[in-house]
Design a protein around this ligand. Structure first.
Ligand code: 5AD
Ligand code: SF4
Length: 442
């Protein structure tokens, strides 16, 4: 009987990608994935540290695993991801049922740690090792049969926004070599992947070394996108998450020139107040952001914009918040994520006096109402239009498939199309979180 591995993934898409790579690494050791935690021989929690709530989920989930472990003493429990990196051995002290703690740069060492756990030895690895984990992970042996895939091209962040733990948990900015990324992408496409989303905490800061280069880091994200666009069978390219200050002219130009690069851009600004942006150490203003978006829309007029916002950053006044609302009105987002500021230990902003919770709550509600309005309007504006849809899986109703449009809207269509097919679809209706459509031409 093969051993069974249950992985729970919290947080961002980078963790989703990492979980796949860890499952593959454990697969090489004879573990098969299971969706049923009760069946597992090993449970791995791949955690997120970005906000307090995300972080605390680890401990409540570990608490819930106690009875399972009590009835199954051979069950091994591992903690991976950013909480593992941030808290290390403290997790073992607080939760003795945990067998191993592994940080995001040490995933290639997980199989050895699992073996140690089987032998009764607890291990913690939160190194930033010399070697590149990607050189020591298996070459995507079980990579998805799904038509879309994530591909991490860059990790870490050197920006040190005053609120953010990423530079501490994920470390300094590192770009993977372009030839490795190209090889991984080709491998995914051979397995049927039609759309790749390039991932990085600061993906548009990508500056990997190209093939034959001596590690000079002469590539940009735009160059990578253009190289990937030449891969036959790869039909769509996306990337996330970008920083406004790394939005190079070559990348903006690629949006106008490269049809495989999808017209959807997640470009967090966090606040519309220059005073708060300065306190956040964002190193851009509301105006530079707005002008950047004008430039992007000049290259690609139908660009669907997405963003991230933090409300209640220490010192945020009503006027600061109004400036954020004004910026949102000016940009007109198709989608956005918004969060109440959460003080993270070790970050500069955590020292400052917080905005009262009820003020932050009210601001978050107002902001989310505006975003929802914009999102619904963007969806309604699709009705009557023809978009391309990449079908991913069967829909809820019989005979129905669900896929994503170029603009990342979920679209339900009655069709005999199969996962991986791309079709022109005429949008016929808009529901709160998805669109309905019918096949226009194949
Ligand atoms: N509190 C609230 N939101 C945060 N984010 C990052 N750090 C914090 C924090 N301390 C948000 C930012 C970022 C997104 C991934 O999470 O908006 O873009
Ligand atoms: Fe965090 Fe993004 Fe700022 Fe880096 S750029 S510190 S990841 S919010």
């Amino acid at each position: 009987m093969p051993k069974k591995l249950y992985i729970k993934t919290y947080g961002c898409q980078m963790n989703v990608y990492d979980s796949e790579r860890m499952a593959e690494a454990m697969g090489a050791e004879g573990y098969v994935a299971t969706d049923t935690v009760e069946d597992a021989d090993m449970v791995l929690l791949n955690t997120c540290h970005i906000r307090e709530k995300a972080s605390e989920k680890l401990y409540s989930d570990l608490g819930r695993l106690r009875p399972l472990k009590a009835g199954k003493p051979d069950l091994k429990i591992g903690v991976a991801g950013c909480v593992a990196q941030a808290e290390g051995a403290e997790i073992l002290r607080r939760m003795p049922l945990v067998d191993l703690v592994v940080g995001p740069q040490s995933y290639h060492r997980l199989p050895a740690m699992a073996k140690a756990a089987e032998a009764g030895e607890k291990t913690v690895d939160t190194d930033f090792p010399e070697e590149d984990k990607f050189d020591h992970l298996p070459d995507r042996p079980t990579a998805s049969a799904r038509p879309t895939a994530f591909l991490t091209v860059q990790e870490g962040c050197d920006k040190f926004c005053a609120f953010c733990v990423v530079p501490y948990t994920r470390g300094a900015e590192v770009s993977r070599p372009a030839d490795r990324i190209m090889a991984e992408a080709r491998g995914l496409v051979e397995k049927g992947v039609r759309e790749i989303t390039l991932l990085g905490q600061n993906v548009n800061a990508y500056h990997g070394a190209g093939p034959g280069s001596d590690g000079g880091g002469d590539w940009t994200l735009a160059r990578l996108v253009r190289a990937l666009a030449k891969v036959d069978g790869l039909e769509r390219i996306r990337y996330t998450t970008s920083h406004p200050n790394d939005m190079g002219d070559d990348l903006i130009a690629a949006h106008g020139e490269e049809p495989k690069l999808m017209p959807y851009l997640h470009l967090p600004v966090q606040s519309g107040s220059d005073r708060i942006l300065k306190a956040m150490a964002r190193k851009h203003t509301a105006d530079t952001y707005l002008r950047l978006i004008e430039k992007i829309r000049a290259a690609r007029p139908d660009m669907m914009m997405s963003g991230d916002f933090i409300v209640g950053f220490p010192g945020e006044t009503d006027a600061d918040f109004d400036a954020t609302m004004e910026l949102i009105r000016a940009v007109d987002y198709g989608m956005a994520y918004s969060f109440k500021y959460s003080a993270r230990p070790g970050t500069p902003a955590a020292e400052k006096t917080p905005v009262p919770a009820e003020v932050a709550d009210a601001r978050l509600q107002a902001l989310q109402a505006l975003i929802t309005e914009q999102q619904r309007a963007a969806q309604r504006a699709m009705v009557g239009r023809e978009v391309s849809v990449l079908f991913e899986k069967p829909g809820r109703l019989p005979g129905q498939m669900v896929g994503k449009s170029d603009y990342l809207h979920a679209v339900h269509v009655r069709t005999d199309a199969r996962p991986g097919d791309i079709a022109k679809v005429r949008i016929t209706g808009s529901a709160p979180n998805s669109l309905a459509g019918e096949i226009a031409t194949k």
